[in-house]
Design a binder for this molecule. Sequence first.
Ligand SMILES: NC(=O)c1ccc[n+]([C@@H]2O[C@H](COP(=O)([O-])OP(=O)(O)OC[C@H]3O[C@@H](n4cnc5c(N)ncnc54)[C@H](OP(=O)(O)O)[C@@H]3O)[C@@H](O)[C@H]2O)c1
Length: 250
Amino acid sequence: MKMHSNTIFITGGTSGIGKGLAEAFHRLGNQVIIGGRREDRLRSVCATNPGMRHFVLDVTDLASIRNTARKVIAEFPALNCVFNNAGMQRRHDFAGGKPVDDAAVVAEIQTNLLGLIRVSSEFLPHLKNQQDAILLNVSSGLAFVPLSIFPVYCATKAAVHSFSLSLRRQLKDSKVKVIELIPPYVATELGGGATPPSGALRPMPLETFIVETMKELEGNEDEIAIGGSKNLLAATAPESVRKIFDGMNH
Ligand SMILES: NC(=O)c1ccc[n+]([C@@H]2O[C@H](COP(=O)([O-])OP(=O)(O)OC[C@H]3O[C@@H](n4cnc5c(N)ncnc54)[C@H](OP(=O)(O)O)[C@@H]3O)[C@@H](O)[C@H]2O)c1
């Protein structure tokens, strides 16, 4: 994608990957707008990055998404990129002998999947009329090979991958490029940001992840897998699967 002269709206810009990408694109001189629920965090990210703007947004709330989309588009008519990054992760034990936390399951599906679908739906009519338009969806290496302690999270990310394939196909004759960003395990606040036990898989430092992602974004790939996610994507989405997809969707 073009790395300069963009107007980019990023959901979940208050911490981790969203904040890291927001700051990296801001440093390159792009107009960056961030969304998230924690207004104090939004204000502080914008204060340390003069010119960056924010809107309070809860992606589990359709009215909040619609209001935010309307305001962002009205105030930034040059908006050409939307990054669907907001996400959450919870553990669920379906073998524990009692029902899992239903509210947590609903929040996870609404945040990671329904929110991403609704944000896409609200912004696409605008993006379709922009040059160099990008819709970037953040999935996960766990979309391809699940980690069973996070069963709902992994299912939502597999759905984000599937949704991104369909969106890309539907938009193939439009000006909108759909990118799926596939992070590995990265050190952020996700799932509480607990330090992994010794011997466990070590997270990629956030700074390294952002540098590698920015480098990859300069290219023209539709699916950008970073670090360990490269192997997971290659193993589960080989050329034969792509051929079947093309055959079914010509
Ligand atoms: N870290 C990893 O290992 C990893 C690996 C693969 C994929 N990912 C994906 O990367 C994305 C970013 O995660 P992260 O690792 O950077 O985690 P993080 O540090 O916890 O950041 C999550 C972001 O999502 C926002 N968010 C959560 N619920 C929201 C809601 N209802 N409405 C609006 N914003 C909401 C949070 O902002 P507020 O709380 O202020 O709303 C925060 O800015 C997620 O989609 C995650 O699944 C992460």
